[in-house]
Design a protein around this ligand. Structure first.
Ligand code: ASP
Length: 568
């Protein structure tokens, strides 16, 4: 028998019991003739006490040795109220080493001295630490909650293939050479997109899958090349049905996991988001939406801005921060088609762009924005897109500078009506903003020939605190429209047939209207736990260069293996 109890459960009511425990040595201290050891397992830590005579000199006990002990539960003289087992200790009568250990390469404690590289090389040791272990437990609980909730609401979890053919979904795919079919390749699924649509055609009313997806992109702290999606699809739905249900879903998860009651999610169109925040993933924890100033400029005849396509501004109220930091920031943004005005507490003004600026102009802006002493104005001008993008970035930097990104506050919003296409300058053709299976808005289809870039799609993103957590759309369910969209994306009739023949064919058998969404599970946990690195919630993540430094993947293949795969 390895244990009668685990290392996290014994407490005062067990005093007097004879117990057997097994665990790893976390700490060892000698006090005169007595020896204290903390042993750890998945469940917690228990303190052991024994006479040094019990272990003879040759019997070395080092950190991370795995031991089994027998002993009696006794009351501790100096109690530790921070841990559940802190009121007792085990007076050990027998010790057995189950396995020895090399000295660990970093300290296996909540706060470790190990850097990321060493922790990832020995990830199994890292997982022994509470912060990582607890993250894996949180992930498990979240996944369980998702499964239960979706199942209760009529969604069926169905696995779809990973080894498929290339599907254009916006990213590069990983390819796998086939051994048995000379010269042919599989690609790893970027998402179950086509299969979940085929399930709808197959009459499955609601589908979900917690699924690994693979995208050959540069990894980052918020993106892995191999990641997990909560992938969902529903039949007989329109945009409002999907948004309503999944708002309920996300609210449920926040309530269950964090006991947070989210407010109703605002819903704004892509074009409004760009106009108000200069980005399609705005962080709305802090206000500062853009104010358009072209009319004011015309009315007040401010000559140096009159010719600009767009002039927009934001007001930053009550900025308390280190003056050096503010000045550094103001210097950094000089010459970026942007200027600032500061209304000082003594009611005088300061401004950049002083060549063009005078007291009268400053007063016009100050009055327009109803600025009070201590506030800043930032005004961006130029071509529409650029002016918005610049002010959008400044808005975020200001939020960081003035600590406006409140923690423990979650502000979700839906962004809808994203454009169907965007122009790809490199390939001189249009590409889908979401993916080619996204339905255009009916009222915009007539723009297909002349202004494809103006077509809005029935797509939506869920943004929380400036992070894209989910994205989806109502799909095309009409064969002609699907063919038309493929054609506009530059696919020839032959290509459409060879790549999507099976899919287009399925459209001939009574395809139901359908739509869905996929949420990034890694990102969602990261957000819920207010962490800034998704690697902390993945048992065996890749590093930011897409490498697994423990197993040393990717790696070279031996010649014979390459030959088997038909590479010369
Ligand atoms: N398949 C899409 C994606 O992975 C999500 C969706 O449209 O449901 O981004």
């Amino acid at each position: 028998m390895y244990r009668t109890h685990n290392c996290g459960e014994l407490c005062e009511k067990d005093i007097g019991k004879e117990v057997i425990l097994s665990g790893w040595i976390q700490k060892k201290r000698n006090f005169g003739s007595l020896c204290f050891i903390d042993i750890r397992d998945y469940f917690g830590i228990t303190q052991l006490i024994f006479s040094r005579k019990l272990v003879d000199k040759k019997f070395f006990l080092g950190k991370e040795f795995l031991i089994k002990i027998k002993g009696k539960v006794v009351e501790r003289s100096s109690k530790n109220n921070k841990i559940p087992t802190g009121k007792i200790e085990i007076l050990v009568s027998q010790i057995e080493i189950l396995n020895s250990s090399l000295p660990p390469p970093f300290s296996i404690e909540n706060k470790t001295d190990g850097n990321e590289k060493i922790r990832m090389t020995y990830r199994y040791l890292d997982i022994r630490r509470n912060p990582i272990k607890n993250n894996l437990i949180i992930r498990h609980n979240l996944a369980l909650e998702i499964r239960n909730f979706l199942s209760k609401n009529g969604f069926l979890e169905i696995e779809t293939p990973i080894l498929i053919n290339y599907t254009p979904e916006g990213a590069r795919s990983f390819v796998v050479p086939s051994r048995t079919h000379v010269g042919k390749f599989y690609t790893l699924a970027q998402s179950p997109q086509l299969f979940k649509q085929l399930l709808m055609i197959g009459g499955v009313d609601k589908y979900f899958q917690i699924v690994k997806c693979f995208r050959d992109e540069d990894a980052r702290s918020d993106r892995q090349i191999e990641f997990t999606q909560i992938d969902c699809e529903m039949s007989f739905v329109g945009v409002t049905d999907v948004l309503t249900f999944f708002e309920y879903f996300i609210k449920h998860l926040f309530k269950k996991m964090k006991n947070i009651q989210l407010e109703p999610f605002p819903c704004i169109s892509y074009s409004d988001a760009m106009k108000m925040y200069g980005t399609d993933s705005p962080d709305i924890r802090f206000g500062m939406s853009f104010m358009e100033l072209n009319n004011l400029i015309k009315r007040k005849n401010i000559s140096f801005l009159k010719e600009q396509e767009l002039v927009i501004g934001i007001k930053v109220t009550k900025c308390h921060n280190d003056h050096d930091q503010i000045n550094f920031f103001l210097k950094k943004i000089e010459n970026k088609n942007i200027f600032w005005i500061q209304y000082l507490p003594d009611k005088t003004f300061l401004s950049s762009n002083s060549d063009f600026m005078n007291e009268e102009i400053m007063r016009i802006f100050i009055n327009h924005f109803q600025v009070t002493p201590g506030d800043f104005l930032f005004i961006s001008y130029g071509k529409k897109r650029k002016a918005r993008e610049t002010l959008g970035k400044i808005r975020l930097e200001i939020a960081n500078l003035f600590n406006l990104k409140k923690t423990k506050i979650f502000k979700p919003l839906w962004i809808t009506d994203l454009p169907l296409f965007e122009w790809n300058e490199k390939y001189k053709r249009y590409k889908s903003v979401h993916h080619p299976f996204t339905s255009p808005k009916e009222e915009d289809i007539h723009l297909l020939e002349k202004h494809p870039e103006s077509i809005r799609s029935k797509s939506y993103d869920l943004i929380i605190n400036g992070i894209e957590i989910g994205s989806g759309s109502i799909r095309i369910h009409n064969q002609n429209i699907q063919n038309l969209i493929f054609k506009h994306l530059g696919f020839s009739v032959k290509e459409i047939e060879s790549k999507f023949g099976f899919f287009i064919k399925a459209f001939e058998y009574g395809t139901p209207p359908h739509g869905g969404i996929a949420f990034g599970l890694d990102r969602l946990i990261n957000l819920l736990e207010e962490d800034d690195d998704i690697k902390n919630f993945i048992a065996f993540p890749k590093n930011n260069y897409g490498k697994d430094i423990m197993i040393k993947a990717p790696s070279f293949l031996k010649k014979e293996k390459l030959k088997e795969l038909h590479f010369r």
